[in-house]
Design a protein around this ligand. Sequence first.
Ligand code: HEM
Length: 326
Amino acid sequence: MQGPRPLPLAGNIFQFPRRNIAASLASLSDTYGKMIYMHIFGREFLILNSAEDAFELFDRRGSRYSDRPRSVMAGELVGKNHAVLFHPYGEDLKKHRRLLHTALESRRQAEYWELQYTVSYKLLAALLKTPDDFMAHLKRSAGAFTMRLAYGYDVSDGPGEDHFVTLAEELARLTAKATKPGRWLVDSFPIRASHPVSLYPPLQSRQSAVQHVPTWFPGAGFKIWALNARRITNEFAAAPYLYAKKAAASGARSFVSDTVGCMETELGRPLGTREDEFLKWTSASIYSGGTDTSVAINSSFILLMALYPDAQRRAQAELDSVCWSK
Ligand code: HEM
């Protein structure tokens, strides 16, 4: 395995691409092969540029490589470690996944068709009306689907008007900054690298040297930034969860209402604080996991259709032959 020659301490900070990251990392394969190693201030990266290697390591040997890299800023200071997509591997992550699987498994897809039709028709109408705003429409549509599925919440129609969607977009910006490679000293100089068994409640032993610096100390602006990001992260997980629990009382169905119902039946009592805390993060992962991914896929589709009009014409003809044939 090879990689660009690192500098002492700083490692490959100047070779790690800042823009167009995927394409730039892919192009490194011409020089270094399909599997590339880099490090930035001690943080290590293995870049896999072939589907076979990705399948081999993350699927076939998945049980060995299922943990996440430690992330002091995003995971521990901002608090994203509670979220499924950042959660260290272990019993809690398995429990989150079991709950999600029960609701999202393929056997249950038909239950979401009606919602998918409603959201798709709205998206098509918006695209016909103002096609230039296609990115805003795609974001709104993906957010509307996941918010409804997770929380039974209908996002309001006007752009920039929905509190939960605005909050989620702000959180996505903060998360991108919190996870930027080489951006935070706390990620470059962590002390302990072991993961806690459970994050409920969080264990205090996972601290980095820089993490201990008080907020008033010169250069400790990162802590104030992290505190603000943590507040938004918590609000993003808690506010729609509380909404869904209240709405469930008046019969509104959602992932939250279904799961709370099942858990309460199993436990024979209302959920306690710890169970509520746990479930609020499971629910939040539906929005985080389903929104940007859907926008990425759909906007790539629009780009490809615009770039290859011939393929678009053929696909349209094929659709017409199925949809309009008698
Ligand atoms: C084309 C669209 C999508 C792509 C490419 C995609 C991709 C992925 C990937 C790669 C992961 C694993 C992340 C990790 O473990 O680090 C993941 C997890 C997840 N996705 Fe998706 N996803 C898509 C759409 C959706 C949608 C529409 C939903 C919800 C309705 C969703 C919900 C989730 C959830 C809840 C997880 C975390 C569950 C777990 O870790 O087992 N995803 N997704």
